[in-house]
Write a protein that binds this ligand. Structure first.
Ligand code: E4P
Length: 276
């Protein structure tokens, strides 16, 4: 499974790319706002354009998702082309993020605009990351329209199911991949029992019909979520910076390190050119 970092903080991206363990970056308008506001607070007046170019250069050779802001077909296509023309020449790694359905209410006339925009951009060979996926059916439509990636939102799907089941939870609380029952019945959302199950259903359908679109699991909040989407067969997981450290941490690894370093006998150390 490929690992992307879900951030617009340049330092975080630089740190992970320096280690060499990330395969891409995902951003959205909220993440860019957060990064820009933080920099402004510290007196950094770098223009957003320059800032994005730095991100693209750091991630050279791997996809970077940049999201459109408009919510109707023509506007999304226009912004998608604009983003691609302006930024893709920098490092040839821009993916345009388009919402699967930009309508703000059910059955609105604009409900197909995301899919139409994906189709138009894909025809122009502009790679699209289709975002805000909450059903495998949405993933299927986006794949048929030619999206390079579909992004099911694991954490937010879990939030929705937990609310439905009237369970109290904090954003960072883990929700089991197998789902939970209430009054002897599994609580589901349109046939989906958890965020990890949503990812798995997307993977299963796209693989079954040999669609080239890759599943990019998003809205990941814990190391267990990462494990769940890996087991669910996701092609990619985009994860927040802090989780990378957590993925590497285990109490017994720390304990083991303490014991091993304490147990080094001088003769063994000498062999390795170390004085103890
Ligand atoms: C996707 O665009 C978002 O960057 C992110 O994965 C959402 O995560 P959250 O649901 O934890 O806010």
């Amino acid at each position: 499974m490929k690992l992307f970092v879900d951030t617009a903080e340049l330092e975080e991206i630089q740190a992970l790319y320096a280690i060499g363990i990330v395969d891409g970056v995902t951003t959205n308008p909220s993440l860019i706002k957060k990064a820009v506001d933080r920099r402004k607070k510290h007196g950094d007046s770098t223009k957003i354009e320059t800032y994005i170019k730095k991100i693209l250069k750091t991630a050279k050779g791997t996809p970077v998702s940049l999201e459109v802001t408009k919510t109707e077909y023509a506007g999304m296509v226009d912004e998608g082309v604009r983003l691609y023309k302006k930024f893709n020449p920098v490092a040839r790694n821009v993916y345009v993020k388009i919402p699967v359905n930009p309508a703000m209410k059910k059955n609105d006339v604009t409900c197909f605009d995301g899919i139409r925009a994906i189709k138009t951009l894909a025809k122009k060979n502009i790679p699209v990351n289709c975002t805000l996926i909450f059903t495998p059916e949405q993933a299927l439509l986006a794949a048929k329209a030619g999206a390079a990636f579909v992004s099911p939102f694991l954490g937010r799907e879990n939030d929705f199911i937990r609310k439905k089941g009237r369970w109290f939870f904090k954003k960072e609380d883990y929700y089991p991949s197998r789902g939970r029952s209430k009054d002897g019945k599994l609580v589901t959302d349109q046939g989906v029992s958890s965020g990890a199950n949503l990812v798995n259903q997307c993977v299963t359908i796209l693989k079954k019909y040999n669609l080239k679109t890759q599943v990019l699991a998003a809205s990941i909040r814990s190391t267990q979520d990462v494990l769940d989407v890996a087991l669910a067969g996701s092609d990619i997981a985009t994860i927040p910076y802090n989780l990378f450290k957590e993925l590497l941490t285990h109490q017994k690894t720390i304990e083991g390190m303490k014991t091993f370093t304490k147990d080094i006998v001088p003769e063994y150390a000498k062999l390795l050119g170390v004085t103890k």
